[in-house]
Design a protein around this ligand. Structure first.
Ligand code: PMP
Length: 362
């Protein structure tokens, strides 16, 4: 077969990107992707199943998913015009950079954070300005962020942050809105696992440059569905509505998401259980010799452990437990990220880790 060098022909800004591969080895216990591993309550499962069965597939979807937008708007005390649904939060992040980024514009991020911000910015030919968190405790450098934000088009912060688990101080968001002219995205993908009142959704009404990203992939246990949403000023939503892939949110995802959001109160016990398990897991992990575990407001914990990469490989190969290796990532030497699972899954992890770490120490 004659060969084609596609890399020579690809748009220069896109050359060199690799397919996303989170190295999911099939394992009995998968705590690597910050999913919600608890089973959905039966009532929610049934409601989703009923609405899927009742959804015809021969018609195109409602492009803007208005029924779902209304349900989300009702929940968050905003209007339909403030909500945009996307094929996962990822699509909305990409569309934000596609819309508001571009040559001559810049995005400020605060690594270590979700890598896709940077990837999407590069794809959209947007300069990335990194304001690194402090090495000692991963806290944000507020003054440096504001200084960088003064020259930026967009700022993206994560609250709680992936992978460090901390919340963004609302005072910093206040200062970014007051002292810069940038659009500020607060990514609240994990905020349901934080304390009541941690979300800044209610600020959007009075702050047209503030945008909040949410997703059904985490607390709602619907990562496979691909449904995220943005709450923002109607002017921002209008731009996103105009440039989006028109049918990116399919009929089944819209139907299932609408049913799940209507039944959101039934998910509260699941979220509460994950929060309790997170605290128990953190206490237990801290008993491992030489482990550092950062406080987390999300459904995962960041842990630093000597020989992290080797321990992670042994967890996978000898105990069929998968966690995420960040030990190669800048600023995260010897760090693993562990999603909080069910009690049984967390116990399996703890038993394996204790055996491995004690073995390595011996
Ligand atoms: N933001 C953050 C911080 C995330 O960790 C993720 C998923 N890992 C997303 C956004 C996107 O989630 P999804 O596309 O599944 O909605």
């Amino acid at each position: 077969m004659p060969s084609l060098n596609a890399n020579e022909r690809v748009r220069p800004a896109l050359a060199g990107f690799e397919p996303y591969d989170p190295a999911f080895s099939p394992c009995e216990v998968n705590l690597s992707a910050n999913e919600n591993t608890h089973p959905l309550p039966e009532s929610v499962r049934e409601a989703i199943a009923r609405s899927l069965v009742a959804t015809p597939l021969n018609r195109y979807p409602d492009p803007l998913a208005n029924e779902l937008r209304d349900e989300l708007a009702d929940w968050h005390g905003v209007k339909r015009e403030n909500v945009m649904v996307g094929n996962g939060g990822d699509e909305l992040l990409f569309n934000l950079l596609f819309s508001f980024g571009g040559p001559g514009r810049s995005l400020v991020v605060a690594p270590p954070c979700f890598e896709e911000y940077k990837n999407f910015a590069k794809m959209c030919e947007t300069e990335v300005v990194e304001v690194w968190r402090r090495e000692s405790d991963y806290s944000l450098d507020a003054d440096a962020l504001i200084e960088a934000g003064r020259h930026a088009t967009l700022i993206m912060l994560t609250s709680p942050n992936n992978p460090t688990g901390d919340l963004v101080d609302p005072e910093l968001v206040r200062r970014l809105l007051d002292q810069t002219d940038a659009l500020v995205l607060l990514d609240e993908a994990y905020v349901e696992f934080a304390e009541e009142g941690a979300s800044l959704v209610s600020w959007v009404h009075d702050n047209p440059r503030l945008m909040i990203l949410r997703t059904l992939s985490k607390a709602f246990a619907l990562a496979g569905l691909r449904c995220g949403y943005l709450i923002a000023d109607p002017a921002v939503i209008d731009v996103l509505a105009a440039i989006r892939q028109i049918y990116s949110e399919d009929v089944l995802a819209q139907a299932a998401a609408t049913a799940a959001v209507r039944m959101r109160s039934e998910l509260v016990p699941v979220v509460n259980d994950i929060v309790l398990e997170r605290e128990r897991l953190a206490r237990e992990l801290l008993t491992l010799s030489s482990a550092t575990v950062w406080p987390s407001h999300a459904n995962f914990l960041l842990m630093r452990l000597p020989h992290a990469a080797r321990i992670r490989a042994r967890l996978r190969d000898e105990y069929s437990v998968l966690v995420r290796d960040f030990s190669y990532a800048p600023g995260l030497a010897d760090c693993l990220r562990i999603s909080v699972g069910t009690r049984e899954e967390n116990d399996a992890l703890l038993t394996a880790l204790h055996a491995l770490v004690e073995g390595e120490d011996a």
